[in-house]
Design a protein around this ligand. Structure first.
Ligand code: NAP
Length: 482
């Protein structure tokens, strides 16, 4: 199989009104085989400066387009994304190794945000306020924040972009996007379709860069860039948050997670185990809301672990381009090394692998269940981002809550129980931005739901009306009427 020059690949950067093949490039490789997909234009700080100038010009025109008019273009973008579903899915699978059945679903997920915000654009407006003075009238207007700098990860190469770009563009903002080094081609493809839909030049500029820090510096220093929106690791999010402070940029941060999954003795064990599998092994566990630690009430730990083991053993690990594959390769060697370290540490502290447990070949890690995991193991504290489900036990509801909340992260948490009172108590007391009660995939296919975390998992929300507010600024207007 030769993947170089596959018809779906894209290599030129888009900024300052045109497509650029630059003298400097970096290679993108398929993690399944490590074959090259092509050499992508590598943008530097000067290109970032050109993009800011172009964005400033584009913003003047774009904010003047009526919200309805912006919505029309977003509607056409949505149609094009769906028309290019198979090509986009193939490109994502080639770039980062997610199974093709999942990347097809990701195109639908990504397009779902575009459609939602296409409709929301027409609902923008302000409020008439009751004035305290009889000779004045007061109102508010919602205005676009301005130029937005977006930095996105590789694990959802399309979804993490449209979840930001669709509300930003609907609000009247313009965006400069730096995609992840592993998945720049999908981002370029999205920009191409945006232009084809009638998106004006430079409203969505996409600049791949291999030196993320150097490329980002001019954008963070420039006062004209009014907002940072970032999805990625907590470490990088913290760094950028600090940089954003210097020019008081608005900031939205979607960061790491370490989701607990609680299974109570009264739960439907078969369903709970199936949802752990769905939450843990999709995208080979490389999802910020993936279950990272499973806590099972002691009396059902054995039957639950047996079911989880059976379901995990039935997953097919293999070529992500095949429809029959459930779990593909990991994105890079560093991920494999981290997962290997976590598994070794758990085994050394007394855990046992009931299925899987190691590398098969290349970047393929076997879907794994670890039983009897010591609560202080590395894997119970550190984000895994891989296909390993560690299981441990608890006694009481209080103990389960304490274990679940004992984390620096607060993105997503799950619990299975048939007790209605307990379900409410857990929903109230789990310190997370997203809680799934008897639901292991609460935000799947839901562009209208607020997505985001608390604590070190970030600030701000994406999706629904909350996602739009991140790109709007409220202006107060008071008018004397004599
Ligand atoms: P990452 O290393 O933080 O990278 C994310 C993005 O930041 C990439 O585009 C990366 O560019 C860029 N970057 C890295 N260092 C930078 C710097 N000094 N200045 C500016 N940009 C910089 O994260 P990752 O490993 O790719 O992604 C996985 C993480 O994302 C996990 O922690 C996961 O939980 C989190 N995530 C969170 C959500 C959510 O919604 N909360 C969703 C998905 C993923 P390069 O590619 O060039 O390094």
């Amino acid at each position: 199989m030769t993947l170089l020059h596959d018809p779906v690949t894209r290599t030129q950067a888009y900024f300052a009104g045109t497509w650029h093949a630059l003298p400097r490039t970096f290679e993108v490789r398929h993690p399944g085989t490590l074959e090259s997909l092509g050499a992508v234009a590598d943008c530097g700080p000067d290109d970032a400066r050109h993009a800011i100038d172009a964005a400033e010009r584009a913003f003047t025109g774009w904010r003047a387009v009526t919200p309805h008019g912006r919505g029309e273009i977003l509607h056409r973008w949505n149609g094009l994304l769906l028309a290019h579903r198979e090509a986009l899915a193939r490109l994502m699978t080639l770039e980062m190794g997610k199974p093709i059945t999942e990347t097809r679903g990701e195109v639908d997920y990504a397009a779902g945000f575009v459609r939602w915000y296409a409709e929301e654009a027409g609902r923008l407006g302000g409020e008439r306020l009751p004035s305290r003075a009889a000779h004045k009238r007061a109102m508010t207007a919602q205005e676009p924040v301005g130029i937005v700098y977006a930095v996105t990860p590789w694990n959802f190469p399309a979804g993490m972009i449209t979840r930001k770009a669709a509300p930003a563009l609907a609000a009247g903002c313009v965006m400069i996007l730096k995609p992840a080094e592993q998945s720049p081609m999908t981002a370029l493809y999205l920009a191409e379709l945006w232009l084809e839909a009638g998106g004006p030049p430079d409203t969505l500029q996409v600049l791949p860069a291999s030196d993320a820090a150097a490329f980002t510096a001019p954008l963070m220093e420039d006062l004209r860039v009014r907002k940072l929106t970032f999805t990625g690791s907590t470490a990088v999010g913290r760094l950028l948050y600090g940089q954003a402070a210097r020019t008081i940029k608005r900031a939205s941060l979607e960061l790491g997670g370490h989701a607990p999954f609680l299974v109570f003795a009264d739960a439907d064990l078969e369903r709970a185990a199936a949802e752990v599998v769905a939450s843990k092994f999709r995208n080979a566990g490389q999802t910020c809301v993936s279950t990272n630690r499973v806590y099972v009430q002691r009396e059902v730990a054995q039957p639950f672990t047996e079911i989880l083991t059976r379901l995990t053993a039935a997953l097919t690990l293999g070529d992500p381009l095949l429809d029959s594959t459930h779990v593909g390769p990991l994105v890079e060697q560093a991920s494999l090394d981290k997962i290997g370290r976590q598994v070794e540490d758990a085994l050394a502290r007394g855990a046992r692998a009931t299925v899987g447990g190691g590398v098969r070949d290349g970047l393929y890690f076997q879907p794994t269940v670890l039983a009897d995991v010591a609560p202080d193991s590395l894997i119970m504290r550190e984000e895994t981002f891989g296909p390993v489900a560690p299981v441990t036990t608890f006694g009481t509801e209080e103990e389960a809550l304490a274990l679940a909340n004992a984390s620096e992260y607060g993105l997503a948490a799950y619990a299975y129980t048939r007790d209605l009172g307990r379900a409410w108590r857990l929903a109230d007391r789990l310190e997370y931005g997203i809680v799934g009660i008897n639901d292991g995939l609460p935000t799947a296919g839901a562009p209208d739901a607020p997505f985001g975390g608390v604590k070190n998992s970030g600030i701000g929300r994406e999706g629904g009306r909350w996602g739009m507010e991140e790109y709007l600024s409220t202006k107060f207007i008071s008018m004397g009427i004599g």
